[in-house]
Write a protein that binds this ligand. Structure first.
Ligand SMILES: *[C@@H]1O[C@H](CO)[C@@H](O)[C@H](O)[C@H]1NC(C)=O
Ligand SMILES: *[C@@H]1O[C@H](CO)[C@@H](O)[C@H](O)[C@H]1NC(C)=O
Ligand SMILES: *[C@@H]1O[C@H](CO)[C@@H](O)[C@H](O)[C@H]1NC(C)=O
Ligand SMILES: *[C@@H]1O[C@H](CO)[C@@H](O)[C@H](O)[C@H]1NC(C)=O
Ligand SMILES: *[C@@H]1O[C@H](CO)[C@@H](O)[C@H](O)[C@H]1NC(C)=O
Ligand SMILES: *[C@@H]1O[C@H](CO)[C@@H](O)[C@H](O)[C@H]1NC(C)=O
Ligand SMILES: *[C@@H]1O[C@H](CO)[C@@H](O)[C@H](O)[C@H]1NC(C)=O
Ligand SMILES: *[C@@H]1O[C@H](CO)[C@@H](O)[C@H](O)[C@H]1NC(C)=O
Length: 388
């Protein structure tokens, strides 16, 4: 059975950009970025503040490739759960205006909040990668939005007035989700940490279901949780101001699959791995000649499920270091190869890699094997083994 994982990346999407946010907003999750230098200064100025942990729930449905956690909005607070998504830029939760189209999600009621401010700006957003296993087809992952502002609480961080989006309609693809909305954690959200007096960095832990006490995760705002990883964090610099790192080479079971520098997007809202077709084929060729494209689901690959148990499929990606450190590998273990059987051809199992159009992206099947430190001020991402 296919779990219905979502994949949230705004790659190739029509991004919702709010116009003329209210001048009294403390921050807006859709605001434009400060310059890297300005951000660095802020980090240095606020290192005394203490970080805050948010516990995450593992959406385990056969495989564990999506985590979510709590936030509150309004006065008095109305509670929601969101996917914390490094692949998107803004916060979206359902509004009561969404009605039946958001029937499974909690819905924000502006009339019950004394601090609510409508920003009178409507827009819509279409997500560019709906992978997991639900195919993207045209605009089948679309949200209609209203830009508003209200009090926001995430972990111990309270922002008196933050800009965000209320979902006023959504496509049926979102309806089965066990969470309510999405909170983008892009490198442009330095203002959020600044408004809380915290360093502009967050840590993410996605402990797999199979780990002892597994199925939990943690988002740390304004720092990293050193109890969640072993050794030191190794860093690679952001490319083009995004959560994107330069991969230098790609290896499958120790053999070279790609010897070329390629930018890779790191997306905590995406379950799978997306590569351009030539790279996807090169990796699969080194795993098994029995991996074939699946014409039923264009862009996907399948392998006879019977071959899986004994198949080594360790994918190592080498990354460019920051100054003074060495290049390093991040490795996706063989256990991540299969997403489970295809619905129409159950003897065939879907692999973790799907073909993208013109970009490369890694999601939770890689991230859940490392602790990750998303350093906005330093414009870099750090990694350390989490032991699973
Ligand atoms: C919202 O969540 C907080 C923290 O978990 C909890 O204390 C509070 O009771 C919740 N409020 C509602 C209305 O459920
Ligand atoms: C895989 O990628 C292709 C090409 O981008 C896309 O058409 C297809 O819907 C994707 N498949 C899934 C299952 O997401
Ligand atoms: C995509 O959607 C269109 C209608 O919008 C439908 O005709 C087509 O069959 C769909 N394609 C897939 C692969 O689901
Ligand atoms: C536009 O935004 C307002 C709130 O500002 C909301 O009440 C309304 O439902 C939105 N309309 C659409 C079509 O999304
Ligand atoms: C909500 O979106 C659906 C498409 O998912 C559309 O058919 C419907 O007309 C929309 N409803 C409103 C009130 O815009
Ligand atoms: C990454 O892994 C490959 C394959 O095992 C290895 O050849 C390469 O030296 C490793 N790179 C680093 C920097 O450790
Ligand atoms: C990658 O190619 C370069 C030449 O472009 C070569 O010097 C290098 O040894 C190759 N790397 C590996 C791991 O084979
Ligand atoms: C795997 O592929 C080989 C040919 O490359 C073929 O002989 C064999 O039957 C295939 N195995 C399965 C289980 O499909």
């Amino acid at each position: 059975m296919f779990p219905s994982f979502l994949v949230f990346a705004l790659v190739g999407a029509t991004a919702a950009v709010a116009t003329a946010p209210h001048s009294s907003l403390k921050f807006s999750l859709s605001s434009t970025a400060a310059t890297p230098d300005a951000r660095r200064t802020r980090v240095a100025a606020s290192t005394a503040a203490s970080s805050s942990n948010v516990q995450l729930v593992d959406y385990f449905d056969g495989t564990d490739l999506q985590w979510y956690g709590p936030i509150s909005l309004g006065t008095p607070s109305q509670n929601f759960t969101v996917v914390f998504d490094t692949g998107s830029v803004s916060l979206e939760v359902p509004s009561i205006a969404c009605g039946a189209a958001c029937a499974n999600q909690r819905q924000f009621d502006p009339s019950k909040s004394s601090t609510f401010e409508d920003q009178f700006s409507n827009s819509s957003v279409t997500f560019g990668t709906g992978v997991g296993v639900e195919p993207v087809n045209g605009s089948n992952w679309k949200l209609d939005l209203a830009f508003v502002a209200d009090a926001l609480v995430v972990g111990d961080i309270s922002v008196p007035l933050g800009g965000f989006f209320l979902i006023t309609n959504q496509t049926a693809t979102f309806l089965p989700d066990p969470f309510d909305g999405i909170m983008g954690l892009s490198p442009d959200m330095g203002d959020f940490f600044d408004s809380a007096g915290l360093p502009a960095i967050f840590g993410m832990d996605f402990t797999p279901h199979s780990a002892p006490g597994g199925g939990a995760g943690e988002l740390t705002l304004g720092g990293v949780d050193t109890t969640k990883f072993q050794g030191d964090l190794v860093y690679s610099p952001n490319v083009d101001g995004q959560w994107q790192l330069n991969s230098q080479a790609l290896f499958v079971n120790g053999k070279l699959a790609l010897n070329k520098t390629v930018p890779l997007i790191f997306d905590s809202g995406t379950s799978n791995i997306l590569f351009v077709e030539s790279t996807a084929k090169a990796i699969h060729a080194l795993i098994s000649p029995n991996i074939t494209t699946n014409p039923d689901e264009p862009g996907t690959f399948g392998i006879p499920c019977a071959l899986l148990p004994s198949l080594p499929a360790s994918i190592s990606i080498q990354f460019a270091p920051i100054a003074g450190q060495n290049a390093f590998n991040l490795t996706i273990p063989s256990s991540e190869l299969s997403l489970g059987p295809f619905a129409k051809t159950p003897e065939l199992c879907q692999t973790l890699i799907n073909v993208s159009e013109g970009f490369n992206l890694v999601g939770l099947s890689l991230l859940k094997h490392y602790y990750s430190a998303w350093d906005i001020g330093g414009a870099r991402i750090g990694f350390a083994p989490n032991g699973f």
